[in-house]
Design a binder for this molecule. Structure first.
Ligand SMILES: [Zn+2]
Length: 352
């Protein structure tokens, strides 16, 4: 920190009439939780950390890959080479960006089993806002359940291809995500970053809008918070706004009926990660795995490295397959798109 006066870093932002000294103080006392640290999460977390939000939690389940680097601004080539978990790489980078605040990277998949624990019992306490950096609707609906259950403002964002959208859901006063999109899209019905690609500046714009909304929420500038679903296309140069002022659905399963279907769901035990020949296996209960012991057990069967926060390696008898195991028992089986093959390897060597 050197000789930097505590507030000189934020002076250009405190000059803004909507923020001022008071707003800056509020930001410093706030906790933002960014869920998913891909393109959206990287940019929004970076902006929130630079803005001086006092506590920022970043949750992500995945490892940095070279295909991420064209758009995920917190990561370097070395992070991809070394298969660093995104949440860990993000924490290091963000702490270096602003040592005046606290940043926590959590290497985990937010799911129905751990969601309430992560929201209520995280090191930084309950968040004041949740920022969506996820890439799938199932997790978004889970975020929406959390948003409604805990009355947490939810800043939604999504980007794929050359277009993206942003909205803010504050279920106590506005519609919730399920009032607007009531059913989860069928698997395979929506384009993904793998099938359609993604234009990095578009994800960056979407995440910047998300960060702006989060800042407005945290400083208490309620009148300035958007009430629209904003849609932009960065290739065809179009923007559309759809007012959500009348979008609250009195029959909404979630915010009217207070049924939290995604929080109550049995956790899917296997999920294919966005077209990169990787299957994720999540055990059915939250537990702590002794990775040092596991490494010793696996040693006769192949080559393994690490054990502090994760264990990586290959089995001699499973050609072409790699495995990464995290301390909560979650594993990524690389080299296959077949959940059956992945499950078999997990059951064979790790067990449930
Ligand atoms: Zn609703």
């Amino acid at each position: 920190m050197g000789n930097e006066p505590a507030t000189s870093r934020y002076v250009r932002q405190m000059t803004l009439p909507g923020i001022g000294e008071d707003g800056q103080k509020r930001l410093g006392e706030s906790h933002a939780m960014v869920i998913g640290c891909g393109a959206l999460g990287c940019t929004s977390a970076d902006l929130l950390v630079r803005a001086g939000v006092g506590r920022v939690t970043v949750i992500d389940r995945d490892l940095v890959e070279h295909t991420n680097l064209h758009r995920q601004c917190l990561f370097t080539d070395a992070d991809a080479e070394n298969h660093v978990p995104k949440a860990s790489a993000a924490q290091s980078r963000l702490c270096a960006v602003n040592p005046q605040i606290r940043v926590l990277g959590v290497v985990a998949e937010l799911n129905s089993i751990n969601a309430e624990v992560l929201i209520e019992d995280g090191a930084f306490g309950k968040p004041d806002v949740i920022v969506d950096g996820t890439d799938n609707f199932e997790t978004r609906y889970l975020l929406n359940d959390l948003s409604v259950m805990y009355a947490l403002p939810y800043v939604y964002g999504g980007a794929v291809g050359t277009s993206g959208m942003v909205a803010v859901f504050r279920p106590e006063t506005t519609a919730c995500l399920r009032c607007v999109f009531d059913e989860i899209p069928a698997p395979g019905s929506q384009p993904t970053c793998t099938t359609a690609g993604v234009l990095a500046p578009v994800s960056s714009v979407v995440a910047s809008f998300q960060a702006a909304e989060a800042i407005k929420i945290l400083v208490g500038a309620d009148d300035a918070v958007t009430t629209d679903l904003l849609m932009i296309d960065g290739w065809h140069n179009t923007t559309k706004r759809l007012s959500l002022l009348d979008a609250k659905d009195p029959e909404c399963v979630c915010c009217a009926g207070r049924r939290f279907e995604f929080l109550d769901a049995t956790n899917p035990s296997t999920v294919s990660l966005c077209g990169r020949q990787t299957i994720q296996i999540t055990p059915g209960a939250v537990g702590v795995m002794d990775l040092v012991q596991l490494r010793a057990n696996l040693a006769p069967h192949g080559e393994f490295e690490g054990a502090e926060t994760m264990l990586r390696g290959r089995f001699d008898a499973e050609e072409g397959l790699g495995i990464t195991i995290f301390g909560d028992g979650r594993a990524l089986i690389e080299g296959t798109d077949d959940p059956g093959v992945a499950r078999a390897v997990y059951d064979r060597y790790i067990g449930t």
